[in-house]
Each structure stands twice: as structure tokens, then as C-alpha cells.
Design a protein around this ligand. Sequence first.
Ligand code: MN3
Length: 200
Amino acid sequence: MSYQQPPLLFAENALEPFISAKTIGFHYGKHHVAYITNYNNLIAGTPLDNLTIEEVIALTAADPQKIGIFNNGAQAWNHSFYWNSLTPDGGGEPSGDLEAKITQDFGSFDKFKEELKSAAATQFGSGWAWLVLDGGTLKVVKTGNAQTPATSGQKPILTIDVWEHAYYLDYQNRRPDYVATVIDNLLNWEFAAGNFQAAQ
Ligand code: MN3
């Protein structure tokens, strides 16, 4: 079935000064829209049109014949997840069960932040850095291009887009500054807590 872009839960300028309205305007309004348009055009009139986007991503992930559908579908999904991973009142630390589990699995919240920063900074080229639940353990992973951890059986909790279009207008080549700023000021721990609860 065709995929509809979820509404942004904040105004385009609500993440300033950390991410500009201009970046959100292009990223949400152009890049994400283009992935969704391409995806919907590619599945229209095919048997995949009867499936959810999650089902299509899972079915096409290992099929080189359907790489275009996978790339656009996974990018459509990853971006929707990314917008929910950000909030104007974000950053800080999680609470409750998720805080306890991060401390258990990473040693401390600061160690988790260092792992996430490192994964985001060292993803070579375009991609994503993620907090995932993998077989009962929280892990930080990175994926290239459109790849998404859900196809590896991991359950996404939070993500940071590290494609250049996510930060270049505001940070140019300084990806580590963008990542540190997102972690400290914008990560949506309420969204993460809901994903963590649902994933168990
Ligand atoms: Mn992007």
C-alpha cells in the first residue's frame, strides 16, 4: 500500500539553533518526500502494493533485483523513525527501565553516549547510527546508506541520520559536532522509552 509521510511533530524551526529550519525544510520536505514518492511509484500496480512498508522492506532486503524498492522504502521508513527520534525538548537522559537497561548494558549513560558518537562519526559515507535492542541486549550499531537494523532482527529504539544532507547546511564537514549536539539537545527519550517497552 502506498506510504504516507507522517506529519512532523514539531515546527520546522523548532530544533534551532541546533538544526536549522532550512535543513529541516530540505530534509523533511524534499529528501524524505522524494524517497516516499519513488517508493510509491515503484510498488504501484505490483503485488508489493498489498503489503505494509515494513513487510516490503523485509522482503526486498536481500533481493538485488529489488534494490531500488528496498533503498527507497527503507529510507522512507528510516526518516520517519528519525523525525520521531528528535524533539525540541530533547537530550538529557532517559529515565526508568530504559535508563537502568542502558546502565546495565553499556556501563553508564556516558559510555553509551560515547559509543553512539563513535558509531555516528565512523560510519564511512552515508548511513545511520542506532540504539537497538538485539536479543534482549541494548546495542549501538551503524548501517550504511538505506540499511536498517530491523532486517537483522534488531529492534530500533532511536536513530541519528548521518547522511551529509542531515547536517551539511548547518555543520558542513563537522559531523561529530552535529552528532554531539543532537545527543545532548534533541534525542527524544520518550519515543525511545516507548520503543523499548514495545520491543520486550
Ligand atoms: Mn536523511
